[in-house]
Design a protein around this ligand. Sequence first.
Ligand code: HAM
Length: 430
Amino acid sequence: MKIPPVKGTRDFYPPEMARRNWIIDGWKRASLRNGFEEYDGPIFEHLTMYQVKSGQEIVEQLFSFQDRGGRELAIRPEITPTLARMVNQKISALPKPIKWFAVPRLCRAERPQKGRLREFFQWNIDIIGEDPGQADAEIIFTTLDYLRTVGLTSKDIQAKISSRRLLAAVLTNIGIPAERLDSLYAVLDKKPKLPPETFDAILGEQVPDAGQAGKIRELMGFRSIEQIAGITEANEALGQAVDELRTAFDILSSMGMGEYCTFDPSIVRGLAYYTGVVFEVHDIAGELRAICGGGRYDNLLRDFGGPPIPATGMGMGDCVLEILLEERGLLEKQVPKREIEYFVALADPEMAKAVYEVVARIRSQGRSANFSYRHGGLSKQLKEAAGQSARMCVIIGQEYQEHRQVAIKNMATGAQELVDLEQFLSRLSS
Ligand code: HAM
């Protein structure tokens, strides 16, 4: 019986595993150099954790199950609720601000498509305990810092930045009742995924007043904060939202990321808990789904029974990122190839024991070493060494028996020298 892999999952054969490790190492290095500490949580939580605050889209995509005790559980589709729970549990003992990162494996029962799978890895960075402004800029900076390091320029990607608070202020000013905002956000978030006529029809259902709907469509197309004055009067709420957003842009520009950042009020974000600055990074051509997304969520810790502590963060999956890096040729250039430092080969089949000794002693110095299980001729062994991309071959022949000497062959240049085995091994430890 042949059992196929489950739809939307991936098998990581060694080449795919090398890519995954390289991506995750890069995420971790970027987190550490930007001052974040690593944490993790369980891979499943109580189902209600995601039903309360993550929003309808996530609820529909949950892998949920009942355990033997009848408890309703779900595999984590995101780690932000776990983070809120963990921070709440120890809030008074944790030094602020909390700057934490994680790389959880997540599951969402989404329709598998380019860049969206049912199981994926997601880099998370979050700052808890800081008011709007600097922390939002730091989250966006750290995100872009990683993307820049792997070779993506402002000609490849853009961080599209907006603010839920700004959107709320504009929408309220043009006459949308506060209680309708959440359902309107869900519609606006779907705009890029829908044909324009479908979007217009859904918007029309939510906002029957043609004048209001027209202003919303206009707002979605703005690319500078100043344009907002064209559709609504200024007031305190709007002024505050604009100031927060400007602060984030100013800091990002001082940190040298100005050219990566654009104001884009069509960025609303699907998750229900965002309250302030929100952003997504997209490929410039707009051919792929979002590379990452995040924003401020000042009420989530309080909603999970903790104190009212502000928070902001970002999540980046490995799927779209990998597609983009592949398209730009950046994986081939950067993902380290399999490499063995030493391949120990036998010129004389009588001396198999010596191979075991030398291999073990090289490995005990912390260096990688392999040998052939097949005991074929020397040329076959050298071929096997080349197939494993060995850098050096240690050849054991007659001189080993007579003088404890081995030949070291540089596989790139072909140069070969005869050396004393003990001297060679002692060089490895230095
Ligand atoms: P999200 O927008 O649901 O936000 O996901 C963030 C990123 O995770 C997406 O932009 C994408 O890179 C990746 N992603 C999401 N779903 C999939 C999927 N089915 N397959 C592959 N990649 C996917 C969150 O998850 C928030 N919790 C992020 C956050 C952290 N906000 C504040 N802190």
